[in-house]
Every structure is written in structure tokens, then in C-alpha cells.
Ligand binder design. Structure first.
Ligand SMILES: [Ca+2]
Ligand SMILES: [Ca+2]
Length: 586
């Protein structure tokens, strides 16, 4: 993240903030940004940067350099609230901030555009300064079977932004590259079928009741043939290219894709969100990849894992990859749906060779694709990712016929929701029984990332037992690890030893991850409580704010502002700001 040095007048800013409360969007922050940035001088380093991906690039550590973030806020009075924006009715995506825009996935529960009626996955793009909606990516549900794309859950993935390109896995399990400017500046890229893509099939809106084990396959979007396709407008997203993981890579979508795409050079590393079928006991795509590499310029599939993970996936593949340098080489760390942590050699060279021709489409005899420009395929033959190590997170768990442990809260395999965090040659990873279907046990583990081969026995540094189920990614900061679990506990442990410093009972399960920023730890829970702790060995609860609406999103800090999303509303929080109360706002 870029850092900015500011002049000693910072102390004046500090003083003003503590004494005065500035109103409106042209408050003190704008004044400061406008008049006091002095690059390369000063005695106090402050970071003011975008947050273009989930966690740090690419350790995934949820630690931000932002300063002067609020200790608390009050949505009723507007204290420390810069603006708020209405979302849909379910929001499981973490906000991402880049290039003056904020991106967050939600559903269509609050229709922002009358031409999009009914249940959809929606990615909203807001103006960072004001919270005004700039455009939205609206995607019909997969209705072949509700278990492919669970109703009302919206678009759960967090985007990754690089320059003018926004990368995302949508609710249908399509990897998409979007234009950050949307459709307002014209239709860019080889993909031109936005109208067809946003049009649901005739008679949709009432997905069939799931028939257990029925021979239903995930199908690519079929454009309407009778000229009834919607016409995109300036409020719609502009797709540059689109790669359907189910038809293009042979995955089996389950519940809803959840990914945060990792970029290295020209390569996108994407967890495929492949999982069980609607019985939760069968794997219908046993050859599906769990981790794929896609050329960011074309959308072509260039590599995949060949670890035969799919048959042992207990539920789904929701953990996104991380990356770190170990002994002079770049490793991609990936927590599989089978409860195993893998390290793969990053693709070299990081920049793919120049492709032939233009238009972004590639042909393949191996994989059917929807066809047409902007629908990429497999670039010649997809390569295999080379494994460096594997670590069985739960070696004493059952390894045979694992799906018989469905709904068994005492015994069964482990899986992952949070990401593996790379920090000083170690991986910090939380996992355990599946939240919805598995055993209660869960752990935070520290793993030595310098070892190779099967490191299950010699790679474990320490284990810390959690209360019950875990969906969080740990945050490592100042020799401490912070993690929250679904047993309603928040933990602070020693990063070297795993020894607990303190824990605190929290209201509600934690689906979000803790964010460390400005000496504080921010965490929202499913009961709608938002906590602020001191990021220290000593337990200090700085604030507990009731937002009255469940929180799945991790808090995001960027450019001096903290973003908190509940199921229905995005809050932009800034020390000293004082907006209208939420009741009065849009
Ligand atoms: Ca455009
Ligand atoms: Ca386009």
C-alpha cells in the first residue's frame, strides 16, 4: 500500500479533530487532503491508500496502515458517520475500495433499477466520496437447482481491482472482468452481450424445488432468442470477459461462489467454489479443479490443481488463496474443501506469453464454452500447478466415506472458510467442522511454510483450540493473532507460541474476519453487534455498537475511512464526520 508523508501540521489536524465536529462531506478531511499533503517530508507517517483486494496483497493479513479511524460511531446521531448507502437485504461480501469507487456484493432486495426485478446477485459500485450509486452488475440466479445459487444470498465474493479492471466471481460461479467505469463510458472489451447476460430465462423467478440426486446439470446462461433481452443503460456493469467455471472448468457450483481473486502478474488465482450436490452427500464433479489460474487479459483458463481434491470435499471450496515468498520462490497457499492446506509454486513467468490474435476468445476441443467473443476457453492445454507441500489440518478426522458424517456435530472431517495468512514464513489458518453440517470442533493453527512434501507431522508449529466452528481469517499484528469464531468468542493469542492472552464473549456468531487498523481491531457479528477492541495483549473493549442487522462483511479501511456493511446498509465512518442520522438518509 502506498504511504504518504505529511507535514507537521498533522498535529493541528489532530487537535481540530478532537475539538471540533465538522459537518458534511466538505468537512475537515477534505480540507486536510486538499491542502496538507506534502510528499517526502515530515515527521509522522500516515498511510492513506486504497484497499483494492480483501486483506493485504497477497499475504491476506487483515491489517491496514490507515490511521485516525473512529473508536466508535453512532448511526442514530450520525456521529463519525460520513455517509451511508442502502444495500439489498443480504450482503455477505466485504467492501473493496479502489480508484474513487467502492464495490460490494449484495442482492436485489432493494431494487435500484426498475428493469431488474426479482432475485438477483448484485455487485454495487458506489462513489467513494459520496456513497452515490455509480453502476451495478446484476446477474440472474442459477435456477436449475436452488443449491447451485442459494436464493436471496446475492453476490458473496469480494472484488479485486487493478487499474480500470474489476475481477470477481459472481453468484453463478462465473469469473468476470468488469470495466471500473461501467457502461456509462461505453461498452468495452470483447464481451458485448451484457443485455442477454442480465436477462433471466422466461418463466424464471420460482426455482424448482430441489429433487435430491436429480440429474440436473449446471448450465451456462442462454441468451433469449426472441428479442426480449434487456438493454443495458449507464447504471449497468460493463463486462470485459466472462469465464463460466461450471461449463469451462467442470466445477459443481454449490450455494453460491465465494472468492477473492489473487493477482500475480497476468495470472488470476481463483478458488472454484466447487462442492457437493443438493443431497450434500454426493460429489457430482469428482474431477473438478479446486484452484484455477486464469489469464487476466483474456479470461482463458491456463492452469489448475491436479490434487484430486473434489471427491473429499465435505461441503464447498470457499477459502481464497494467498501468496508469499519462501526461500526465494513464490508460493500460492490454498486451503482445500477437503481440509488440507496446499502450497503450489506460483506460475512462472508471472507474465504469460503474448497471446496470438485479438478478441480474447480461445478455442478448445476439451471444454465446451458458451461461445462468442468475450467467452474465453482453455488456452491450449491447461497446465498443472506444481505442489510444494500439503498439510492435513485435521489428521485424526475420518478420511473414508466422509459424507456419512453429514449433520454429525461430534465427528467428521474439517474444512475451511477463511483464508491462509502468510506472515514471516508461517501460515496462520483457522478451520474445523463445517458450520452448517459438521462437527463443532475448530482450531487456529500456525504452520511452517518453509517445509516441503507432506508436512502434516513436521510442519505444525502450534494449535489453539477455538470455541466452535470458524469462518474468520486470522489477523496477525505486533506478535499477536486475533480471530473470532462461531462459538461467540473473540481471541487474542501469541503469534509465536499460540498461548492465549485473552478472549472475550461476543454477541452473535462471527462470519466476518477481524480487521486490525490504527491500533484497534474491528469486528461485526451476525447478531448485528460491531465491536472495537484495542489491538493489544491487554483486553480492552473500546466500543460495542448495536446496528440491529446481521453483519457478514469484514470491515475495510481505506483513505482514512472505515467501511462497515450490515445485511442492508454500508456505513462510511470517519473521525469527526457527522452526517444525517441513518433514519434520514437514503
Ligand atoms: Ca465501459
Ligand atoms: Ca463489454
Amino acid at each position: 500500500m502506498k504511504s504518504t508523508w505529511i507535514s507537521p501540521r498533522w498535529s493541528l489536524f489532530d487537535l481540530l479533530c478532537s475539538r471540533r465536529r465538522f459537518r458534511g462531506r466538505f468537512g475537515i478531511w477534505s480540507w486536510w487532503l486538499g491542502g496538507n499533503l506534502v510528499v517526502g517530508a515530515g515527521n509522522f507517517q500516515v498511510s492513506a491508500a486504497d484497499q483494492p483486494q480483501w486483506g493485504q496483497a497477497w499475504s491476506r493479513n487483515m491489517v491496514s496502515e490507515e490511521k485516525h479511524l473512529p473508536d466508535s460511531f453512532d448511526p442514530k446521531t450520525g456521529r463519525n458517520v460520513k455517509w451511508t448507502a442502502q444495500l439489498g437485504t443480504e450482503t455477505h461480501s466485504t467492501p473493496i475500495v479502489a480508484g474513487g469507487r467502492i464495490y460490494i456484493g449484495t442482492n436485489n432486495g432493494t431494487q435500484r433499477d426498475p428493469k431488474h426485478q426479482g432475485d438477483r446477485g448484485v455487485l454495487m459500485c458506489f462513489e467513494e466520496k459520496t456513497g452515490n450509486l455509480l453502476w451495478q452488475f446484476v446477474v440472474p440466479k442459477r435456477e436449475e437447482d436452488p443449491y447451485f445459487d442459494w436464493p436471496k444470498t446475492g453476490m458473496s465474493s469480494s472484488v479485486t481491482v487493478e487499474g480500470a479492471r474489476v475481477y470477481l466471481t459472481d453468484n453463478r460461479g462465473e469469473v468476470v472482468c468488469l470495466d471500473a467505469e461501467g457502461m456509462a463510458n461505453g461498452n468495452d472489451g470483447p464481451f458485448r452481450d451484457e443485455g442477454a447476460h442480465m436477462t433471466p430465462p422466461k418463466g424464471s423467478g420460482s426455482p424448482p424445488k430441489p429433487v435430491a440426486g436429480a440429474e440436473i446439470q449446471p448450465e451456462p446462461m442462454r441468451p433469449p432468442v426472441d428479442g426480449t433481452a434487456l438493454v443495458p443503460g449507464p447504471l449497468d456493469a460493463d463486462i470485459v470477459w466472462l469465464f463460466d467455471l461450471a461449463s469451462g472448468a467442470g466445477t459443481w457450483p454449490h450455494d453460491g461462489a465465494h472468492s477473492s481473486i489473487l493477482i500475480r502478474g497476468d495470472h488470476l488465482y481463483v478458488n472454484t467454489a466447487t462442492g457437493v450436490d443438493n443431497t450434500h452427500k454426493r460429489i457430482r464433479a469428482p474431477n473438478a479443479p479446486s484452484l484455477v489460474v486464469i489469464d487476466k487479459r483474456t479470461g482463458n483458463l491456463v492452469a489448475r490443481d491436479d490434487e484430486h481434491i473434489a471427491p473429499d470435499i465435505f461441503h464447498c471450496t470457499w477459502s481464497s488463496p494467498s501468496l508469499g515468498e519462501v526461500n526465494g520462490r513464490s508460493l500460492v497457499f490454498f486451503a482445500g474443501g477437503n481440509g488440507v492446506l496446499y502450497a503450489f509454486e506460483a506460475m512462472n513467468p508471472a507474465l504469460a506469453p503474448p497471446r496470438r490474435g485479438t478478441g480474447g476468445s480461445a478455442s478448445s476441443d476439451e471444454t465446451p464454452v458458451p461461445g462468442g467473443a468475450g467467452y474465453p476457453g482453455v488456452a491450449s492445454r491447461a497446465k498443472t500447478l506444481r505442489k510444494v507441500f500439503q498439510f492435513d489440518f485435521d489428521p485424526t478426522a475420518p478420511k473414508e466415506n466422509i459424507h456419512q458424517y453429514l449433520s454429525n456435530r461430534r465427528e467428521g472431517p474439517s474444512n475451511f472458510y477463511g483464508m491462509p495468512v502468510f506472515y514471516r514464513n508461517r501460515i496462520y489458518l483457522a478451520g474445523g467442522g463445517d458450520v452448517f453440517w459438521g462437527k463443532n470442533e475448530a482450531w487456529l493453527k500456525c504452520i511452517d511454510a518453509t517445509k516441503t512434501g507432506d508436512i502434516t507431522t513436521n510442519g505444525l508449529v502450534w494449535t489453539y483450540p477455538l470455541q466452535k466452528h470458524v469462518m474468520s481469517t486470522p489477523a496477525v499484528y505486533d506478535g499477536l493473532v486475533f480471530i473470532a469464531d462461531c462459538g461467540r468468542a473473540f481471541h487474542c493469542v501469541d503469534a509465536e507460541t499460540g498461548k492465549p492472552y485473552w478472549s472475550e464473549e461476543i454477541k452473535g456468531d462471527a462470519w466476518a474476519s477481524p480487521l486490525v487498523a490504527d491500533g484497534k481491531v474491528y469486528l461485526g457479528t451476525r447478531s448485528g453487534n460491531f465491536y472495537v477492541f484495542a489491538a493489544s495483549k491487554e483486553k480492552k473493549v473500546l466500543a460495542s455498537i448495536e446496528l440491529g442487522n446481521p453483519i457478514s462483511a469484514t470491515a475495510t479501511a481505506a483513505n482514512g475511512v472505515l467501511y462497515v456493511a450490515t445485511m442492508t446498509r454500508l456505513y462510511a465512518l470517519q473521525t469527526g464526520a457527522n452526517s444525517k442520522s441513518v433514519e434520514d438518509s437514503r
